[in-house]
Structures are given as structure tokens and as C-alpha cells.
Design a protein around this ligand. Structure first.
Ligand code: NAP
Ligand code: ZN
Length: 350
């Protein structure tokens, strides 16, 4: 077992603080890597504060992890010492069930093993995430970062990138498609970039008028202030797909009539009951759907990374030291992120 320093929430009520823990001895299929950068996802905040009621403490968050390989097990192929690699939201799954066999490990029938706040079925020990010095991960859940991609701005691709890429692919978005994104934060900014690069006509729905110019630079062709009834009415019947990234309960009824015939609003942000309730009239009269989507499979994540490598897409990040993580969470709660905090893990030793 190796001793590792990280940052953990010890309960839902206290700020994150330094925490020393152990990582397993590498198994024959394991990749060991030094964490260089870790993105800060709103899910980290939800779980540090037990918003979903499933947090196990101490909890070391971080599932947008970029590292440099320092050791590999005997059975590891395709990854070697010194390579730059990534780990996203999952570190394992049963690998036997139908979803796993189809490359949909995120929907594993046994439940995928989350990078943190999970239990490793091999040793029954808790999983700890990327707000830490070193990680040990089976090669099948380690992603290759394309050559030439700047590792410091790649980390958020591992969650924000894949979580928005997966619905864009699932709903066959390409040239001629009209896509809207609700909320311009970490997920939202990747959704704009990826939908634009896929050739879609892209709209942002935001509550923040101040984000309009940034949104256009990130890839939005149009920006709609969701608080303006007049602007909402102008886009009635427009979108094939709306990706809703808002983290908290909110009214989706105003968005339903902006979908086209057969259009879909897909939730990726909020987990919980829709409130206010959903009126079915626009669904029935326009054969519209409401759906959900969870991160993406490993092969699909590699596909997204390679696409980003080919199109020169990385994330817009604000680099922070690990000591600033609690302040970053407070700023995230105020939607004051441009557009993803990334922790420079070298700061752990400062
Ligand atoms: P984020 O950076 O905080 O961005 C969320 C954005 O939503 C904000 O910037 C804001 O945009 C808007 N917003 C925030 N609160 C709102 C409210 N009360 N009503 C309306 N709009 C609001 O968060 P993120 O990291 O992108 O994560 C978004 C959500 O996705 C989180 O809940 C996270 O847990 C979830 N998530 C899901 C998956 C999955 O697999 N499905 C994966 C990763 C993350 P504007 O200022 O533009 O309005
Ligand atoms: Zn995330």
C-alpha cells in the first residue's frame, strides 16, 4: 500500500482539508500515475456536501483527472512510463452485463464503480478521486490524451466533455441540427464547443446576460435570456435537442415549446423530481420527449478525446491551487466560473 496525500471532505458540513490515505498495491492490469491536474465539477460540490444523500466520508473528490504514468503492471499494454493519461468518472464496472459489453459501462447493471465515493468490488475499499497526489487505476478505464493536447486544459473533457458529447452523439447531432444548451458553466461551455464543432446551429439559454459575449466565442450562434418571455417566444418550435445542464430544480416547461416536432430535452444536470410539474400538452402535440443521460462509456470518451485532438478543442479553465478549493466551490455556487476550475496538483506540496 502506498501513502498518498489528498484533500477530503470529512463531513457535509466542513470545508475540504488535507487528508492522508493509502492506495492499493498495483495489480497486474493497473496503471499508476502522478496526478498533474484535476478539474472541479459541480458534482464534486454536490457530493462533498451530500446533496444526493449517498456520500461516504472521508470523501476525496475529483473525476476529471490528468496524470503522468509512473508505473504499470505486467499485463498493461498500450500505456508506458511517462505517458499523459486521463481518468474520468468511473474506474471500473462488472464488464459482463449487456451495457458493459456494448461499451456503456456507465449504465452497468451492477452499477459502475465511481472514481470517488464508490466501493472497489475487488477489495471492498472506498475509491478516492483526483484531488490527490497519485492514482492507481485498471488500464481499461484509463484514457489516452492525444499527442499535442495541452494537459492543463484537457482535464474537464473527462467529465464535462463526455457528458455533453454523449447526448450529442446519441441524438445524431451534425450539420443542419439545431441544438440548445441550458446554463453556461463547465458542462455548458463544452456543449457549446462540441455542438459547434459537429456542425450544428447552436443556441445558449442563460440567466446571465453578462455571459453573452463569451458564449458566442465558445461556439453559440444565438443567445437567449431565459428570463425574457419575448426572447423565449422567438425560438418556439426550433430545437432538435436541448441539453439541460442546470444543477438545481428549475422549471423546464418554458423550454418544451422551443423544441421542434420530435425534439428532445435531455437532462444531464439536475437529479430529482421535476418541479413545477411538467405539462404534457407540448409533449403530446409535438411528439416531444424528456430524457436523461449519464456521462459516457470508455470507448465513447476516447472517441471524444480524439475528436477534440483533431479539432483543437480544449476547455477554458481557471487554474487554482488545491488550497483554494473551498473558495472555488463558493464561486461555483454563484455561477462565477469561466468556465471550469482546474487544480494544479503541484500545489499540494506547496
Ligand atoms: P456549473 O459549472 O456550476 O454550471 C451550471 C450552470 O447552470 C451555471 O453556470 C448557470 O448558468 C446555471 N445555473 C446554476 N444554477 C441555476 C439555477 N438555480 N437555475 C437555473 N440555472 C442555473 O456546473 P457543471 O459542473 O456544469 O455541472 C452541471 C450539473 O451537471 C451538476 O448538477 C452536475 O452534478 C451535473 N453533472 C451530471 C453529469 C451526468 O453524467 N449527467 C456529469 C457531470 C455533471 P447560467 O449562468 O448561464 O444560467
Ligand atoms: Zn463531473
Amino acid at each position: 500500500m502506498m501513502k498518498v496525500l489528498g484533500y477530503a471532505a470529512k463531513s457535509a458540513q466542513v470545508p475540504l482539508a488535507p487528508f492522508e490515505f493509502t492506495r492499493r498495491d498495483p495489480r497486474p492490469d493497473d496503471v499508476v500515475f502522478e496526478v498533474l491536474y484535476c478539474g472541479v465539477c459541480h458534482s464534486d460540490l454536490h457530493q462533498a456536501r451530500n446533496d444526493w444523500g449517498i456520500s461516504l466520508y472521508p470523501l476525496v473528490p475529483g473525476h476529471e483527472v490528468i496524470g503522468r504514468v509512473t508505473a504499470v503492471g505486467d499485463q498493461v499494454t498500450g500505456v508506458k512510463l511517462g505517458d499523459i493519461v486521463g481518468v474520468g468518472c468511473m474506474v471500473d464496472s462488472c464488464r459482463q452485463c449487456q451495457p458493459c459489453q456494448q461499451g456503456l459501462e456507465q449504465y452497468c447493471e451492477q452499477g459502475n464503480i465511481q472514481t470517488y465515493n464508490g466501493i472497489d468490488p475487488h477489495d471492498s475499499l472506498p475509491t478516492y478521486g483526483g484531488y490527490s497526489q497519485t492514482m492507481v487505476t485498471t488500464q481499461d478505464f484509463v484514457l489516452k490524451i492525444p499527442a499535442g493536447m495541452d494537459p492543463s486544459s484537457a482535464a474537464p473533457l473527462l467529465c464535462a466533455g463526455i457528458t455533453t458529447w454523449s447526448p450529442l452523439r446519441r441524438w445524431h447531432i451534425g450539420k443542419g441540427s439545431k441544438v440548445a444548451v441550458v446554463g453556461l458553466g463547465g458542462l455548458g461551455h463544452m456543449a457549446l464547443k462540441l455542438a459547434n464543432a459537429l456542425g450544428a446551429d447552436v443556441t445558449l439559454f442563460t440567466r446571465s446576460a453578462s455571459k453573452e459575449e463569451d458564449a458566442r466565442q465558445l461556439g453559440a450562434h444565438h443567445v437567449i435570456l431565459s428570463s425574457s418571455d419575448a426572447q423565449m417566444a422567438e425560438v418556439a418550435g426550433t430545437f432538435d435537442l436541448i441539453i439541460d445542464t442546470v444543477p438545481y430544480v428549475h422549471d423546464i416547461n418554458p423550454y418544451m415549446s422551443t423544441l421542434t416536432l420530435d425534439g428532445t430535452l435531455v437532462f444531464v444536470g439536475f437529479l430529482g423530481d421535476i418541479d413545477p410539474m411538467l405539462n404534457t400538452v407540448p409533449l403530446i402535440l409535438g411528439r416531444r420527449s424528456v430524457a436523461g443521460s449519464c456521462i459516457g462509456g470508455i470507448a465513447e470518451t476516447q472517441e471524444m478525446l480524439d475528436f477534440c485532438g483533431q479539432h483543437g478543442i480544449t476547455c477554458d479553465v481557471e487554474m487554482i491551487a488545491i488550497q483554494d478549493i473551498n473558495q472555488a466551490y463558493e464561486r461555483m455556487l454563484k455561477s462565477d466560473v469561466k468556465y471550469r476550475f482546474v487544480i494544479d496538483m503541484a500545489s499540494l506540496h506547496a
